[in-house]
Structures are given as C-alpha cells and as structure tokens.
Design a protein around this ligand. Structure first.
Ligand code: R5P
Length: 300
C-alpha cells in the first residue's frame, strides 16, 4: 500500500512534486475541478499518512485557491490525518496586515484564522510581505527565505554584481544576498502614490564597513534588483531607470513572488532589464528559480 505524504494544490502542483522529489516522499494524486457554476470540487485519491503536507499558494485567483486550500486541510483532518502541515509559498492577502485606514478589514489576519481554524497544525510560507503576519497564527509557523536559491541564480548570470533594493523594505533581502555572494548592496527610497504609481529616489547612504554603498557604486557594474513581490512592475521600472542613469552596465531583476499584473513583464524588459527571474512560489513565465529545496529543508 502506498502512503501519501505530500499534496500539491492546483496552484502549486509542480512545486509540490519538486518538494516531494527532494524529500523522497510520495505525491498524493488529487482531483480538483470546477462545477459549471464555478464552485470548486476537491477529491483526495489515496491512502494518507498520519502526517501530510499540503503545498498551495494562494495567488490569483486568490479566493478560489484559498477555498481549495481550506477544503484540503479540513478534508485531510476528516480523513484521519493527525498532523497537517500547510505550506503556502505565496500568501494572498498577506499585504493587508494592518488597518491602514479606518474601517478596513485586516485581511491577512482573517486568512490566517481561516487556515488555522480549518485544522492546520503548522504554517510555512516564504518571504511573507511582513513577518508580523505570523503573529496571527497560534500554531507553529515559519517564514522561510528564498534568498539562497536567488543568490545561486545571480552567481550564475553575473560575474561582479551589486545588489539593489528598490525600496528600503527590500534592503534586508539585498543584504542577505550580498552576504552570501560577498558583494556590495545599496537601496533606493520609494513612495507609493497609488496602487500602480510609485515615486523612487536615490537613497544616499554610506556605511563604514563598506557593505552598503551609495548609488555611484553601480557605475559600470552588473546591477541586480531584488524585491519580494513584483505586481504592476512600477517599482522595478523606476529602479531600472535610476540604475541606467547612474551608469549600470546591465540590470538583472529578481523577485520572490511574481504576482505580475497585466503587462508587468513587458514593462520591465522595455525599461531595459537584461533578464527577469522569479521563484516558483507562483507559476509564471519567469518562475525559473525553485524554492523546492528551501521548503524541503524546513520540512526535514
Ligand atoms: C512593496 O512594498 C513590495 O515590496 C513591492 O515593492 C511591491 O509590491 C511592488 O509593487 P509594484 O510592482 O506594483 O510596484
């Protein structure tokens, strides 16, 4: 009898297969479909272990993928699984972790409650937009970093890179990669004027240890922009412009979660990016860096 340990929801089947391969685990066959009226149907087909891991990102279509995840968690519990680990590489609604304006719903908290109340015993994600989202869970949680495989990719495509954070929030990612690759990093300052409009300026910083440098350092260098999410691409387009103006030899773009709204990919290449690479936390044309090992290492 085959015992199944990993389940890939319809948003993350290939990634789940890769995680299962890394772990030498068996991937459970799953039937998911939509009824003619749009409602989701889920059927777990196989004998399950006492501990099962679900891999399912909740990106677009967010509501459907979330509902499928909740169906899966509760169904596994109904079928007698004792421990359900839930890996959500990209957590949809994760960006609204606060009530920024009076009366707003704190959607990240509601989603966390839904996942936990469906029966999840452990929650694992990758580069949550804010680590504080984990505080909404009462079950053990992890916020893994995709920077090691991204750094590996950068090492393959550049010889002497400088890592650029397109806003201060991304500086931690740039620092993590710069440390792995033993290279320099710097950041820009961004103000968001609306959902699809940002203003970016150069952040003039200089630190004693030389690890963070001013924008002048990009002159003649292979600049690599790193961000957690690319949505409309506005943030990246602005950063590419500044890097080109300051003499960067080339500009590569990397991100963890390729949300990629509308023509974001086109805009980024049109702005002069040499290449764009993202992780497979979300399926996309540019999801060439896998986070399977990052997830597998944590599950081990
Ligand atoms: C924001 O803080 C994030 O880190 C990204 O910079 C942002 O989501 C990118 O959005 P867009 O691609 O629409 O500029």
């Amino acid at each position: 009898m085959v015992i199944f340990l990993i389940i890939g929801g319809s948003a993350s089947q290939k990634l789940a297969a890769k995680v299962a391969k890394e772990l030498g685990d068996v991937l459970c066959p799953l039937e998911t479909k939509k009824f003619p009226d749009g409602e989701r149907y889920v059927r777990v087909k196989g004998e399950l272990d006492k501990e099962v891991t679900i891999v399912q990102s909740t990106g677009f279509p967010q509501d459907e993928n979330l509902v499928e995840l909740l169906f899966l968690i509760q169904t596994l519990k109904d079928l007698g699984v004792e421990k359900v680990k839930v890996v959500v590489p990209y957590l949809g609604y994760g960006r609204q972790e606060l009530r920024f304006k009076e009366g707003e719903c704190i959607s990240a908290q509601i989603v966390a409650n839904l996942i936990e109340n469906s029966g999840a015993d452990e929650f694992i994600s990758i580069n949550l937009h804010e680590d504080s989202v984990r505080d909404f869970f009462n079950i053990p949680s992890a916020n893994l970093s995709a920077m090691p495989p991204i750094a590996e990719y950068i090492a393959e495509v550049t010889e002497d890179p400088i890592i650029i954070a397109p806003d201060k929030g991304a500086l931690g990612f740039a620092e993590e990669i710069a440390e792995i690759l033993d290279c320099k990093c710097t950041y820009m300052t961004k103000v968001r004027l609306g959902p699809d409009k940002v203003e970016t300026t150069i952040a003039e910083i200089e630190s004693d240890d030389g690890s963070k440098v001013s924008i002048d350092a990009v002159n003649g260098k292979e600049a690599v922009i790193i961000d957690d999410i690319i949505a409309t691409g506005g943030t990246i387009v602005n950063a590419i412009g500044i890097l080109k103006e300051n003499g960067a030899k080339s500009v590569n773009v990397c991100c963890v979660h390729p949300v990629l709204v509308n023509d974001a990919v086109l805009k980024i290449y049109a702005a002069g990016a040499k290449d764009l690479a993202a992780t497979d936390s979300l399926k996309s044309d540019v999801s060439s860096i896998t986070v399977a090992k990052v997830i597998a290492d944590d599950l081990r």
